[in-house]
Design a protein around this ligand. Structure first.
Ligand SMILES: Nc1ncnc2c1ncn2[C@@H]1O[C@H](COP(=O)(O)OP(=O)(O)OP(=O)(O)O)[C@@H](O)[C@H]1O
Ligand SMILES: [Mg+2]
Length: 306
């Protein structure tokens, strides 16, 4: 597993990462969330041994990154922020170079490049210089070099930034299919991505961990958790009737002329709302129980620090 122990990074007087400690186990896909400048990329740079911490330790499957950097780095695939690469190389030259640095030659190297180019759909651009690629293709090349050695640990700094919707989908699938026994840490600003691919999320701001849990646990901190959104036709009395139910705390207007019915603490609303619908024979256009809204939780948690 990955063990991060009291990790701190200072740039002069400024503390970018402030005493982070956590562990990540095989099979986990950990999402790193946080506002701009939170310290996500700096933490990832230290986990991958790209940047030395001011204090604290990182160990990858038992190998301390500072003391056994080569051993640790063999286990890691890393997509740095902005997917830097060598612009004057073609995609094929670059992947060959990375593969050779990773120690592959001959047929093995060719097979690995082929697997990567297929996974990231790079066939059409293989012989194009990287500096002439579009932003999304450059990111795909960055992802390809990160998985060429089929690493145990993948550290991906905003892997889907700048990708078109199809490629976002592909990359999320790639991560989901990879992750069975691997460790993935992925930073993102796309909150749906966290629900879609992560088994766990850490919210950091000001270099500190503010929340750590499954996406469902974080969503459950939302004031919308357990509320029922209801869209009705021709039911002008609905708000009044629902407000009178003992389980209902209050009602707010939602989008598209819906009502958002909030439960009192500890109450379940779906059944009582459903009963009211039957009883009054309302015509239902929309009805669902809210899981909670990650964007709202994110704002609440990070607002003070920001
Ligand atoms: N080399 C450096 N010298 C000085 N300050 C730095 C350096 N690298 C990062 N910082 C500062 O550390 C803080 C954390 O930066 P970091 O890149 O880790 O944030 P982030 O969470 O990845 O943000 P973003 O969402 O914008 O990518 C920022 O205030 C940044 O300006
Ligand atoms: Mg960053």
């Amino acid at each position: 597993m990955i063990r991060i122990d009291n990790l701190t990074k200072k740039f002069g007087q400024f503390t970018a990462v402030n005493g982070l400690s956590f562990t990540v186990a095989p099979g986990e896909v950990l999402g790193f969330l946080g506002p701009n400048g939170a310290g996500k990329s700096t933490t990832m740079k230290m986990i991958t041994g790209f940047l030395a911490p001011t204090s604290g330790h990182v160990s990858i499957m038992g190998h301390d990154v500072a003391h056994h950097p080569v051993k640790a780095k063999q286990l890691i695939g890393y997509l740095p922020e902005g997917a830097p690469s060598y612009g004057d190389m073609t995609v094929l030259q670059f992947l060959r170079f990375v593969g050779q640095v990773r120690g592959y030659r001959g047929a093995e190297l060719a097979a690995r490049i082929e697997r990567c180019q297929h996974a990231l759909q790079l066939d059409k651009v293989l012989n194009q210089p990287i500096e002439t690629l579009s932003k999304g293709f450059r990111r795909r090349v960055g992802l390809a070099q990160a998985i060429i050695h089929d690493p145990q640990v993948l550290i991906l700094d905003e892997p889907t930034d700048g990708l078109d919707p199809n490629q976002k989908h592909e990359v999320r699938n790639l991560i989901a299919n990879l992750s069975k026994d691997k460790i993935v840490i992925v930073s993102t600003h796309i909150l749906e991505e966290v629900s879609a691919v992560c088994s766990r999320a850490i919210i950091i701001a000001g270099g500190k961990i503010l929340a750590d849990g499954t996406p469902a646990q974080l969503e459950a901190r939302s004031r919308f958790h357990g509320a029922v959104t209801l869209g009705l036709e021709h039911a002008s009395n609905a708000q009044q009737i629902l407000s009178a139910l003992p389980q209902v705390d209050h009602i707010e207007a939602g989008e598209d002329h819906t009502l958002i019915v909030f439960p009192k603490a500890g109450q379940q609303l779906f059944e009582v709302v459903n009963n009211a619908i039957q009883q009054h024979q309302w015509q239902v256009r929309e009805l669902h129980v809210e899981r909670g809204r990650l964007d709202e939780v994110f704002r609440d948690i990070t607002r003070e620090v920001a």
